[in-house]
Design a protein around this ligand. Sequence first.
Ligand code: BMA
Length: 330
Amino acid sequence: MSKIIGKGLPDMPWQEKPEGYDMPVWRYSQNPIIQRNAIPSSNSIFNSAVIPYKQGYAGVFRCDSKAVSMDIYAGFSDDGVHWKINENPIQFDGEDPEILNREYRYDPRVCFIEDRYYITWCNGYHGPTIGVAYTFDFEKFYQLENAFLPCNRNGVLFPRKIDGKFAMLSRPSDNGHTPFGDIYYSQSPDLEYWGHHRHVMSPYKGDESAWQSTKIGPGPIPIETDEGWLLIYHGVITTCNGFVYRMGCAILDIDQPWKVKYRSKYYIMAPYEQYECVGDVPNVVFPCAALTDADTGRIAIYYGCADTVTGLAFTTAEDLIQFTKQNNMN
Ligand code: BMA
């Protein structure tokens, strides 16, 4: 049995795999868990991140307003399924007004490292880049320097230092809807100066795994297991009707995470349900967070559906690792 390395979370959201189901990831029966209008100002709430906090859960949510202005909002939950999202976006404190100036904010990730919760997101600064902030309580947020020069998206921290440094995956991009994109690894001694950049993986050029042929980007915070870092990511194909976003899985070396040990040629989840196929941007599943229980190996994935609502899906470390190894094309 493959094992998650980390803490137990016995009360996390969970449903058993439906009888006879043949995919490695299965949906929560009450999806979507967050509707598009869960706060008064919102047009859509999707691509959002959650984490265990106190006796329950906290999260940072992407809410696009009815002006379709993109911002991130804190929220809280007792059970990880029913969420109370603040009606006003996060206000950041910080040292430099130049960095605090908001252009747009979207697709947050939340990562606990050592003593605090770090937020990373796609931050407008003369183009999209990776915003970085931290909080202790999801009430006061302190914004740090942007991690990289524009253009970049999908900045995803590792949940512990690697080789004594903070570590981040990201996906250099363009200023628009980016028709390309590889995943890279970077490290930093202080969360301000990033370097030691390493290439992790590219889209798959070819027919063997066409669903991820245009671009790929890291999703939830990588999950530490005894087989390596379990990376759930999104993969995109360009069709005559535009991009289709699916979910994939890879296992990265534990000490040198830019080395891919296994990568599944099949997707682990794709837009099949109505709320994933129909919405403001059709045919998108976009994972941004995962809860894990080290005692049972359970994993709950939070993902955006059609850029409109938020869904929840389940798997286990054993299911994902076996699937990824069996269908490996690395
Ligand atoms: C990406 C990002 C995501 C979005 C996806 C599909 O480029 O903007 O926030 O979910 O496109 O529209």
